[in-house]
Design a protein around this ligand. Sequence first.
Ligand SMILES: [Zn+2]
Length: 414
Amino acid sequence: MHADEVLSLGLGVTPPWKLVGQRLDTDKRPKELHIEVAADRGARFPCPNCGKPCKAHDFGEFTWRHLNFFQHHCYITAKVPRTNCPDHGVKRIQVPWAREGSRFTLLFEQAAVILAREMPVLAAARIIGITDQRLWRIIEHYVGQAVARLDLGRLKAVGLDETASKRGHNYVTVFIDLDAKQKPVVFVTPGKGKATVAAFKAFLKQHGGKPGHIVEVVCDMSPAFLAAIGETFEQANVTVDWFHVVQLFTKAVDDVRKAEAKHNTMPKALRWAVLKAADGKLTTKQAVALAELEATDLFTATAWRIKEKLRWIRNAKTVQAARWRITAFIRHARSRLAGEVLLEPVRKALETFERHLGRILQRWTSTHANARLEGLNGLFQAARARARGYRNTATFITMIYLIAAPIGNLFDSI
Ligand SMILES: [Zn+2]
């Protein structure tokens, strides 16, 4: 095999195209390898509309950035014909090494997307020497195509949760397949609440899924979500994720702490100690703060102790045991809360808890894994980090799909 043929294969250049020239521009930093590609003289080209072989009408010169050749940037230049089809007129043809409208070769784009799967987009863009905006456009193209091909025909159980791309701003709602062990994300949409459930239903239908086949939905306790899910997925049991129960009471403890801190001296480092996830590792300071809190008769301590009882409930082995523990928990909590104004947030949390008891208990009878939503926080953090520097709702959504949707076949369409 001739050296030019090897290079042609590597470039994705196939007949009638062939390599006709190469030159290394040593004046540029980094150096640039320029490769010239041309079609055989007299070759006919398929009309982009009907594929009929046509003569070239005229040629236009285009250049594409290609994978680096060792440390040199590499460009391909070719004169690309317009065909003159008797039925479709004059049209620019597609070249086999790049997609329409792109100034990069397919191999360059693939390498760029693969890199962006493994590291922040800003860093990937620096390594390959393009702007992050350009890299985002490439990623959005391939992710968009792969998401369009998602097959949701077998989806039976979904979990959903909302998060913000920036603190308190630009919410997105994420839907996951509860039966998927890896890459569980099946749909991400801007916004939160009721409208997102309708958007998911439409997406599901477009992707071969059936709303009537959804037998379980796991979510939080927001009334808007719950109402929308009930109307949209009539066959589904709605389960409230335990994670959201813990969140509910954690927020209540924090509200009590804030109110009480106005008039009392609180242990230092208490805020984060109280907010940390139930099984999160505490720093020494935080552990000390909690130990101090336990020893006080602050209202925050009462609220904290009530919240901590949730662990005991969660460890129940059967739904009967869980129900019994919950009854005891509610009775105990009420006796502690009686008449104490500062504990109002906990009383409210308890009311919400009781209102959703049926859906909360469902976790003990469900056949689907339903402790999945908690794990989504790690995914959200990773997506935020990858999109750093150019983060908006669209890039955040794209990154969630890229990291966690089952779109392994990103380049199938080419
Ligand atoms: Zn034609």
